[in-house]
Design a protein around this ligand. Structure first.
Ligand SMILES: Nc1ncnc2c1ncn2[C@@H]1O[C@H](COP(=O)(O)OP(=O)(O)OP(=O)(O)O)[C@@H](O)[C@H]1O
Ligand SMILES: [Mg+2]
Length: 394
């Protein structure tokens, strides 16, 4: 039995066979089943249109004569509704004219009955490879578009940050003079102090935006990620996440990561604020830190909340700069984490913990964010029990 070449990813190879010769269709589908192709059979044009509307496939094997129907016309109609459909037309009545007509109707290939199974398998192999290439291209285009958006947001952030930095310096300096000049018991004193602190916070935000725009990478310092995560969590438990339950799961041994601690803190802060927003400030958040193996040692920081999770649009667009569903949101939190991860040689993904998206799931609901950063030590082969980081493809 000829075998189709190994699928480059785990996608099942599915084929729709459209032939009014039921015996031929059944025997072909059995033979292809042994070669790893999952076939669905229909015996008319209407059946094919109906089946594709209910359950689309990428490749169709179509007989040129379907009782009274013309398979070439059907190929054109199928492709009008499903422009990416890859059609192989087969016929017992091969002629140059019918071959040309089939290809004009958008058929990708043409087989003359009777054919050897090998021929069919080879033709299908080419079709499935083409389908895979198209999927890879679409994914690469999506990633490129995302990078362009990040670049555009970086430029915007750089321009704005520069101007704001100067204005804030003036505001901050003046407020300091006013604040220092007021007596402690003056009624205006608390207002001046608050304004001065707000100016400092704004200056800090601008500094972060400039870091985003400049694309700061790791500074050469090595941090114990567990200690940084523990500090941020403790600080937030007392402040922003007061009403929430934070479950911390940190490794006993230090997890050494070459990273800028401020960027790691900001990333975790952004994730926890998102979790707080999603749970209305009263949810439960699990923060887990572990060491995983992804062709090398990585530190994995996971933040899982029990909020409603990302919307379908959020699952698609959460990493796009400026995408936000919050009235006060800037939509820069997650793209900044993504950029920081890439610049540190790592990876960032967000999905829903309960599954139904590329993140897989463990039955919990809510959002699940995963930040992987290269860590030091453990260049040896992974423990058998160590997470291989596979099966997640976001
Ligand atoms: N834990 C979460 N649960 C549900 N949705 C989330 C979660 N985290 C992020 N999102 C979705 O992703 C969007 C983008 O998040 P991101 O952190 O980039 O921006 P933001 O939180 O809207 O604004 P900000 O720039 O202030 O962080 C959010 O508006 C929200 O729709
Ligand atoms: Mg946010």
């Amino acid at each position: 039995m000829p075998n189709l070449s190994a699928a480059p990813d785990s996608t099942v190879r599915r084929l729709l066979i459209v032939d009014d010769d039921v015996d031929f269709a059944v025997s072909t589908s059995r033979a292809l089943g042994l070669a790893g192709v999952d076939c669905t059979l229909v015996h008319s044009g209407a059946g094919a249109l109906d089946q594709l509307a209910r359950d689309p496939v990428e490749v169709v094997l179509l007989d040129i004569r379907l009782g009274g129907e013309d398979g070439t016309d059907l190929a054109a109609r199928l492709r009008a509704r499903h422009p990416d459909l890859i059609v192989i037309i087969m016929t017992a009545y091969a002629s140059v004219d019918s071959a040309v007509a089939a290809l004009k109707a958008g058929a990708y290939d043409y087989l003359r009955k009777p054919f050897f199974l090998d021929e069919l398998v080879q033709a299908l192999d080419r079709c499935f490879q083409l389908a895979q290439l198209r999927r890879d291209k679409a994914r690469a285009e999506r990633q490129l578009a995302l990078l362009h958006q990040i670049e555009a947001a970086s430029q915007l952030a750089a321009g704005l940050s520069h101007d704001f930095k100067n204005m804030l310096a003036v505001i901050g300096a003046n407020l300091m003079v006013i604040d220092d000049g007021l007596h402690a018991h003056d009624v205006l004193k608390p207002y001046a102090t608050d304004a001065r602190e707000a100016a400092l916070t704004a200056a800090d935000l601008v500094a972060r935006l400039m870091g985003f725009a400049r694309g700061e990478g790791p500074p050469g310092a090595v941090i114990d990620l567990g200690a940084v995560v523990g500090n941020v969590a403790a600080m937030l438990t007392r402040t922003l996440c007061q009403g929430m339950a934070l479950d911390l799961d940190l490794p006993a041994a230090p997890l050494l990561v070459p990273a800028d601690p401020r960027q790691v803190e900001t990333a975790l802060l952004n994730l926890l604020i998102n979790a707080r927003d999603a749970t209305g400030g009263r949810g439960r958040v699990a923060i887990r830190l572990s060491r995983v193996w992804r062709g090398g040692p990585y530190a994995r920081l996971e933040v899982v909340d029990d909020g409603p999770g990302l919307t379908p649009e959020g699952l698609e667009r959460a990493l796009e700069p400026l995408f936000t569903t919050k009235p006060e949101g800037t939509g820069l939190g997650l793209p900044m984490i993504q950029q920081m991860a890439l610049r540190h040689g790592g990876r960032f993904r967000i999905g829903n913990a309960g599954g139904g998206d590329a993140m897989g799931g463990d039955g919990a609901r809510g959002a699940r964010a995963v930040l992987d950063l290269p860590c030091l030590g453990g260049d040896e082969a992974p423990d058998p029990g160590l997470d291989q980081g596979s099966g997640e493809n976001m």
